[in-house]
Design a protein around this ligand. Structure first.
Ligand SMILES: Nc1nc2c(ncn2[C@@H]2O[C@H](COP(=O)(O)OP(=O)(O)O)[C@@H](O)[C@H]2O)c(=O)[nH]1
Ligand SMILES: [Mg+2]
Length: 304
């Protein structure tokens, strides 16, 4: 039901809903589930999301601008980690409502740290208990939720599975209630603020992160050197920046196999997402310690 204003016309609401939580609780998976398509990359490794990414959901009576954020984490020693925390905190400042995502039955010191930042900000917060598909029997959720409700005042508590889509469809109506009356900020057919070139770089980084072991994904980033359309095809050149020469060999793999596989998987996803054939070229280059240099970060597109 849409509330009516004095003139009798339906009220339109629009505003920002920040998706916040510690790394790896499923924030990006939730954004993709809410939008019904993949906007933000997802991997089993923490700290996959490095940028603030908007996902725009336009409904007949509301436009919700979701803000996917890097997970707020406690130890931010390197410049990259500080950038990620800044991006997450900046999103909190603009938010009309927060979606605080936690993992069912797992409350950690890092979760507590995020909740503290939210409490300071003082905006309405909806608690989203994710990954309930892993909980059996479901009754085990109740004491967990009760315990969390003691830590703060939540407007709503919604158990979901972002992965399976369970209960996700309930969220837009709940969230819209906390948005101000406003015309839409974005055209109704726009689903993200990010360019296709940015998305292409993220797709390459996702495929790399999925294949590489241990720490290496944190030491690489992807830049797009060319993104153009020619004869109905997209021609994309991407550079994978690593921090040390030794890492270059690992990324390329034996006989170039690994890089070839990454390129293949990325190309398939790009053609699907952009709706046209893609020719993708990948290079691997070294920029020493880029992730601990504020200047290099800016140069590589980490803007906050
Ligand atoms: N079982 C289960 N796994 C999930 C769910 N949501 C996310 N995941 C997994 O959790 C990992 C981290 O997800 P991601 O969205 O990147 O988390 P983020 O760091 O908070 O953005 C990935 O392996 C996801 O597939 C869920 O509802 N159930
Ligand atoms: Mg993420």
């Amino acid at each position: 039901m849409t509330p009516a204003n004095e003139s009798g016309a339906a009220t339109y609401r629009c505003g920002f809903a920040a998706i916040v939580g510690r790394p790896n609780v499923g924030k990006s998976t939730l954004l993709n589930a809410l939008l019904g398509q993949k906007i933000s990359i997802v991997t089993p490794k923490p700290q996959t999301t490095r940028h603030r990414i908007l996902g725009i959901l336009t409904r007949p009576s509301a436009q919700i601008v979701f803000v996917d954020t890097p997970g707020l984490h406690a130890s931010a020693r390197r410049a990259m980690n500080r950038h990620m925390n800044r991006a997450a905190l900046a999103s909190l400042q603009d938010a009309d409502v927060n979606l605080f995502v936690v993992e069912a039955l797992r409350w950690t010191e890092e979760d507590r740290h995020v909740l503290e930042a939210l409490s300071k900000q003082g905006r309405p917060t909806i608690l989203i208990v994710n990954k309930v598909d892993k909980v059996s029997p479901k009754e085990r959720l109740l004491p967990f939720i009760e315990e969390l409700s003691k830590h703060a005042q939540f407007e709503e508590v919604v158990p979901v599975s972002a992965l399976k889509g369970t209960q996700v469809e309930r969220l837009p109506d709940l969230i819209a209630r906390y948005l101000p009356e406003s015309p839409p900020h974005f055209p109704e057919d726009q689903i993200t603020d990010r360019t296709q070139a940015f998305q292409a770089a993220e797709i390459v980084r996702e495929k790399l992160t999925l294949r590489l072991r241990q720490e290496l994904p944190y030491g690489l980033t992807v830049g797009i050197e060319q993104f153009k359309e020619e004869d109905g095809r997209l021609l994309i050149n991407a550079v994978i920046w690593v921090e040390r020469t030794g890492q270059k060999a690992i990324v390329i793999g034996h006989g170039g196999e690994q890089l070839k596989e990454v390129g293949r998987a990325a190309r398939i996803e790009m053609s699907e997402r952009f709706g046209s054939p893609v020719h993708l070229e990948l290079w691997v280059k070294v920029k020493e310690n880029w992730s601990d240099s504020e200047a290099a970060l800016r140069q590589l597109g980490y803007e906050v």
